[in-house]
Design a protein around this ligand. Structure first.
Ligand SMILES: Cc1cc2nc3c(=O)[nH]c(=O)nc-3n(C[C@H](O)[C@H](O)[C@H](O)COP(=O)(O)OP(=O)(O)OC[C@H]3O[C@@H](n4cnc5c(N)ncnc54)[C@H](O)[C@@H]3O)c2cc1C
Length: 155
């Protein structure tokens, strides 16, 4: 099994374990003083492959428009975009596509985002071939933007 599917399954498991909890988070000013309290259905920490899968799974389970606090210092799509965009993948395009279409929320987001985008470019690649990781990085960015538009709340 590829590393990417591990991140996908990790996301699904994390989302399932998060559902029963209603969490609260504090909004703070620049000096970290609490200014107000907001209520969220879940908090997702990290917007790499695993965090994006977790948020996608939560949106499927909780419903689109649900309030999810999503925390990441830069929202660039994790290590793949930060460090490995020029590295050849060891994962075939079809496996990346299985991730990119793995949740109803990802599939809905794909319809809403103008084409060509990270997913449609991945679809154009040879399914059984590996590719440059920038293709996976672009697809992750698209999935992350789609989740944010459907309820993930960037903090
Ligand atoms: C050279 C190389 C090649 C690779 N090739 C492939 C490949 O071909 N196929 C494949 O599937 N995988 C590949 N990988 C593995 C892939 O990079 C990882 O599996 C993937 O990035 C893991 O995703 P993740 O979300 O768990 O972590 P990350 O991608 O590391 O994302 C973690 C996110 O959490 C955020 N974060 C961290 N700490 C905090 C905090 N305290 N608060 C808030 N946010 C935080 C970070 O900013 C980041 O956005 C490769 C890795 C390397 C090194």
């Amino acid at each position: 099994m590829s590393v990417k599917l591990d991140a996908f399954n990790k996301g699904r498991m994390l989302a399932r374990s998060a559902v029963p909890f209603v969490t609260r988070t504090l909004v703070t000013d620049s000096k970290q003083q609490p200014t107000e309290t907001q209520q969220f259905s879940a908090i997702v920490v990290g917007a790499g492959a695993a965090g994006i899968a977790t948020t996608g799974s939560l949106l499927d389970i909780l419903g689109h428009g649900s309030r999810i606090a999503w925390v990441d210092p830069d929202f660039r799509g994790g290590r793949i975009n930060a460090c490995y965009r020029e590295v050849p993948s060891n994962t075939i395009a079809q496996t990346f596509l299985d991730y990119g279409k793995g949740f109803e929320s990802f599939r809905r987001a794909a319809q809403a985002i103008p084409k060509p985008n990270g997913l449609t470019k991945m679809e154009a690649l040879e399914a059984k071939s590996t590719c440059s990781l920038h293709h996976a990085g672009d697809m992750l960015r698209r999935s992350r933007m789609g989740c944010a538009a459907m309820g993930g709340c960037r903090v």
